[in-house]
Design a binder for this molecule. Structure first.
Ligand code: AMP
Length: 177
């Protein structure tokens, strides 16, 4: 595996989308072919027990989730924003800093007892990932592993996910919000 400094490929944009946020922009990592490939290879290598499928969170999670599922040779479940999926769905609402959001998946996307690996680009407070875990577990899936390109440990999402029984693997960490 190459030894590229992945964190150096992530661009930080201050005060986006709100004042005080340091937005970690992964588009600059994606532009770097060897860097993106190394990131996916590291994510795959961090998972020792092969799950049955990957579940990725819209939208940036799809980028990492699709590449990871393809490299691991397993299927991909899309966890989408409200009203995006064409078939029958199950969904869950979750609280944001201001307001409520909702993610949905097809009601036949996972089977009871399936081992599902949760994937997103970044974990901050963990609200999105925890909602995804609840949605998947509600459908009978077993969720014990998650993988992110980036963790913002000071926001506590990783700790919240671990407290819910989900191991957290992240390729990069950035201090602060
Ligand atoms: P959270 O639910 O707080 O863990 O937020 C996770 C989601 O919000 C991820 O899907 C990220 O894409 C996005 N996000 C939160 N904070 C940031 C940040 N500082 N930079 C980039 N994306 C972020």
């Amino acid at each position: 595996m190459s030894d590229i400094d992945l964190a150096a490929l992530v661009r930080t944009i201050p005060n986006y989308p709100h004042a005080g946020i340091l937005f970690r922009d992964i588009t600059t990592l994606l532009l770097n072919g060897p860097g993106f490939a190394q990131c996916i290879a590291q994510m795959a290598a961090s998972i020792t027990d092969l799950p049955d499928c990957v579940a990725a969170i819209e939208a940036r999670g799809f980028i990492f989730g699709a590449a990871l599922a393809q490299s691991m040779g397993i299927g991909l479940v899309l966890l989408r924003k409200q009203n995006k999926l064409p078939g029958r769905v199950v969904g869950i609402n979750y609280a944001l800093e201001y307001g409520i959001d909702r993610i949905e998946m097809h009601d036949d996307a996972v089977r009871a007892g399936q081992q599902v690996l949760l994937v997103d680009d970044l974990i901050a407070t963990g609200g999105t990932a925890l909602a995804a875990v609840e949605l998947l577990r509600g459908a009978g899936a077993v969720v014990t592993q998650s993988v992110f390109a980036i963790d913002l440990p000071d926001l506590g999402g990783g700790a919240r996910l671990r407290a819910a029984g989900v191991a957290v693997h992240a390729q990069m960490e950035f201090a602060g919000a």
